[in-house]
Design a protein around this ligand. Structure first.
Ligand code: NCD
Ligand code: ZN
Ligand code: ZN
Ligand code: ZN
Length: 414
């Protein structure tokens, strides 16, 4: 991808007829201050005088260009539960939310633990995906020896250390140790590890001197433990989901008893506060898009999980408006860091155009996801994806997915 030079931006500024950075939509070589107004007032270059715009281009009227967002953590339910979502509906939701790459979790039916099950998911994705994708292999009781040979065909190995939706929980310490030791040390390892399980996986990362990525961190003691581990030089990265940044257990009654079920559970305001205070420890924002139908959520055994692909960016942009986050910090966590941590390929000629001024109300009936509900229903958000260009092709514009099914590429099959 080619980036405009500083000279080109001086030209834009001239065309816009503004005299100083202050009254311009464009300020060059300026870092936005916390608490600064949200509209496309500023514009970032990686280093003063670097002459290249690394992250995005501000256009004239509140439309801002971001790089294609990456969601490291989605459940697309394909194969096996395509009444909840499939590679088609899930990647349409991704594009509507500004994501051009999604990494799909293996807790499907059957779970993705071997070559035949992986092939089921891959053929569904090949046929249906509208955006680029990777697929995780799941660590199970029977694949400790057969997982590693599949490492080149998946985006990473997923370890479930705690009870959650699906059958993939690793109950046994020996099995966990075997999976962590056998998986190639240069390939990503991602773990659902809450509370003491977090301490267990961090210990293996230290013992085996390998990296591990912690999914959906939600509690104060967990983010502080990850901070301490990083300070010790343990190779750990982590993600936090928007629902843990914007909802607490106090929201559960409003959302409803079954609908509010999610793993990790909604935490306290104190936990939420710790996530915001330790933003520097959070490497990525990932949605943990986990669709279940309303019938299931309101039924006798509500499965845990929230859809999140189409609300994540607007929620996080609201935090930019509030001065809790900068655009750069957002792009680091939704593009740059995920790409680095999972060694994802560059998507040439790819960008999303976001209208920072558009206000909208979350109305699940209008979302692309098949599950037809949202824990953020009725919330008014500001900032919306207008257009998405993926590998030079316009794939989404004003509510319409334009990419054909099958346009999406598998990032590991290059
Ligand atoms: C996820 C699901 O439904 O697959 N549910 C959830 O509550 N997060 C599983 C998971 O990510 O743990
Ligand atoms: Zn999980
Ligand atoms: Zn998940
Ligand atoms: Zn900015």
């Amino acid at each position: 991808m080619r980036f405009p030079t500083l000279d080109r931006f001086r030209l834009y500024r001239k065309i816009a007829g503004v005299k100083s950075c202050q009254d311009s939509n464009i300020a060059i070589d300026e870092k936005p201050a916390r608490g600064q107004p949200p509209l496309g007032r500023h514009f970032h270059t990686p280093k003063p005088g670097a002459g290249r715009l690394l992250f995005f281009v501000v256009l004239m009227n509140g439309i801002i260009n971001f790089p294609g967002l990456i969601d490291l953590h989605v459940h697309l339910r394909d194969p096996g539960a395509t009444h909840k979502e499939d590679f088609g509906s899930g990647t349409r939701a991704a594009l509507a939310g500004g994501f051009t790459t999604v990494l799909a979790m293996p807790n499907t039916q059957p779970p993705l633990t071997d070559e035949p099950s992986l092939e089921l998911a891959k053929s569904a994705a090949r046929e249906k995906a509208h955006c680029d994708y990777g697929i995780y292999l799941g660590a199970g009781p029977d694949n400790r020896a057969t997982a590693a040979p599949l490492a080149g065909r998946v985006c990473g190995l997923k370890l479930y250390l705690d009870q959650t939706y699906g059958p993939l929980r690793l109950e046994n310490l020996g099995l966990l140790h075997a999976h962590v030791s056998n998986w190639p040390s240069n390939r990503p390892l991602a773990a659902h590890a809450e509370g003491r399980s977090l301490a267990a996986i961090l210990f293996f990362a230290a013992l085996l001197d390998r990296s591990v990525h912690i999914c959906h961190v939600s509690r104060r003691e967990e983010i502080l433990l990850i901070r301490a581990a990083k300070e010790k030089g343990i190779r750990v990265t982590c993600e936090v989901a928007p629902h843990h940044l914007f909802l607490t257990d106090a929201d559960a009654p409003r959302i409803g008893p079954g609908r509010s079920e999610v793993r990790p559970r909604l935490a306290s305001a104190n936990d939420q506060d710790a996530l915001w205070k330790n933003l520097d420890v959070i490497d990525c924002f990932a949605t943990d898009h986990a669709p279940h139908t309303l019938e299931e959520k309101d039924g006798p055994q509500p499965p845990p999980g929230y859809p999140g692909l189409e609300t994540a960016l607007a929620l996080l942009l609201s935090a930019v408006s509030d001065g809790r986050l900068t655009h750069e910090e957002l792009i680091d966590r939704m593009h740059t860091n995920p790409k680095r941590i999972f060694a994802l390929p560059e998507q040439d000629e790819t960008r999303i155009e976001v209208d920072l001024n558009e206000e909208w109300e979350v109305c699940a009936a209008n979302l692309q996801s098949r599950c037809d509900w949202s824990p953020f229903e009725g919330m008014r958000l500001k900032g919306r994806v207008r257009r998405v260009v993926l590998r030079g092709q316009r794939v989404y514009a004003d509510g319409q997915v334009l990419a054909a099914p099958g346009f999406g590429r598998d990032i590991t099959e290059r």
